[in-house]
Design a protein around this ligand. Structure first.
Ligand code: SF4
Ligand code: SF4
Length: 63
């Protein structure tokens, strides 16, 4: 899963759901999750989260 949610920070506002250009995020138990493997690693959800609750885990190392 490329998206990691910090449940302590996330308040379930849903901003990230609306930010995703792929419409790949959905809410479950008031927390976002990736509905299918369509993430482009664009970072929009992470950038727009007002609580810095999302972390994007890239599939490769940046050194
Ligand atoms: S990184 Fe981009 S494509 Fe992936 S879930 Fe977030 S907004 Fe959607
Ligand atoms: S934008 Fe951030 S705080 Fe809001 S639902 Fe998404 S992860 Fe949670």
């Amino acid at each position: 899963m490329p998206i990691r949610v910090d449940p302590e920070k996330c308040d379930g506002c849903g901003v990230c759901i609306r930010s995703c250009p792929m419409d790949a995020l959905r809410m479950k138990n008031n927390k976002p999750y990736l509905r299918y493997d369509e993430c482009w690693y664009c970072g929009a959800c992470m950038e727009d989260c007002p609580r810095q609750a999302l972390t994007l885990e890239l599939p490769y190392q940046i050194s």
